[in-house]
Design a protein around this ligand. Structure first.
Ligand code: XMP
Length: 321
């Protein structure tokens, strides 16, 4: 089924909110719904729409999959707490790392995360909660890229011909599926979410696992997590669409304390983009890149090389995995 796009320029955010709140209310009726909040603009917007429609009949969980950024679970739960929305943090770190063990292929990694999320962790939560409806922040770009076969986004079962009711026992509601990122930001702002949310950088569903080339382990995630924290701090001034650190699988020779050190490589990507469909590397100043590289090699154990990506999307994608 062709989805009718609502362009950000045509979007009446207030009207959209009214419509979606009514729609969610009429689908769920007096039943229970559940959603997973990651803190990104899409899931945050869905959380607020859902709470407007359903109040406490929407249960919101933050799944701590072990592959999020520094302090992310606590920060997200506390921000929504301030907005009056209770968020339950579910510790599923071990389950995700077990599922990722030994997997190096990008699509298999995504699949392992998808399966762990929906079947194992979230599936169980839904069953326990008794909810029959799942609110999800799928946007049109996710659908397009899944259909085009560019990347298997984790949240578009229906577009892939999978019936979530049959496979997982619940109905998925995707209120944002006609929008792209710029439209979602307008809706988030109109919903009264703070700027730190509606202007928040996108972050992928597979989280830091999308930024570790090769097998994902807790140790590698910790390295990319530290590099990410530094990169986000040092590149914030660029106001770019998205910036990230990627941990490569290959090691390279470096020198540390006058000795040969066969160490780790971090790749930095910083993207200018409007809707994530196409993107070009930001012309970050050399001074900023110098400082970033200095901090990463000084602060992240084992890193001897930092590179900056200069390739357009396409043919690159924004994430590395
Ligand atoms: P790519 O790497 O496909 O990324 O050029 C385009 C935008 O989508 C984000 N992204 C994802 N978001 N689930 C998501 O929810 C995913 O599996 C996923 N993969 C990529 C990415 O961060 C960028 O903003």
């Amino acid at each position: 089924m062709k989805i009718k796009e609502i362009k950000a320029t045509e979007l009446d955010a207030e009207e959209f909110i009214k419509e979606k709140v009514n729609e969610i209310f009429s689908i769920v009726g007096d039943g229970l719904a559940i959603n997973a909040l990651s803190g990104g603009v899409d899931s945050s917007t869905v959380t607020m729409l859902g709470h407007k429609a359903l109040g406490d009949r929407l249960k919101t969980c933050f799944i701590d999959n072990g592959i999020m950024r520094q302090n992310e679970p606590q920060q997200v739960a506390s921000l929504f707490g301030q907005l009056g929305v209770y968020v339950e943090i579910v510790d599923a770190r071990e389950k995700f790392f077990n599922a990722l063990k030994g997997i190096t292929d990008p699509e298999e990694k995504r699949e392992a995360i998808t399966q762990t999320f929906y079947r194992n962790v979230f599936g169980q939560l839904v069953r326990k909660s008794g909810a029959k409806f799942l609110l999800h922040g799928t946007i049109l770009t996710d659908v397009d890229e899944t259909i085009a076969g560019i990347k298997r986004q984790h949240n578009v079962f229906e577009q892939l011909g999978i019936d979530p009711r049959e496979a997982f026992g619940y109905t998925i509601i995707e209120p944002l599926v006609q929008l792209r990122k710029d439209g979602v930001r307008k809706v988030a702002e109109a919903l009264g979410l703070p700027e730190s949310v509606y202007n928040r950088m996108p972050f992928p569903g597979p989280a830091l696992a999308a930024r570790v080339i090769g097998e994902v382990t807790p140790e590698k995630i910790e390295i990319v997590r530290q590099a990410t924290a530094i990169t986000e701090a040092e590149l914030a001034h660029t106001k770019a669409f998205q910036y990230m650190a990627i941990l490569h699988q290959d090691r390279v020779t470096g020198i540390r304390d006058g000795k040969r050190d066969f160490g780790l490589q971090i790749e930095i990507r910083c993207w200018d983009s409007v809707d994530a469909r196409t993107a070009r590397p930001t012309r970050v100043s050399y001074d900023a890149l110098d400082k970033l590289a200095d901090r990463i090699v000084a602060e992240v154990p084992g890193v001897v090389s930092v590179t900056y990506n200069i390739t357009l999307k396409p043919p690159s994608t924004m994430e590395a995995v």
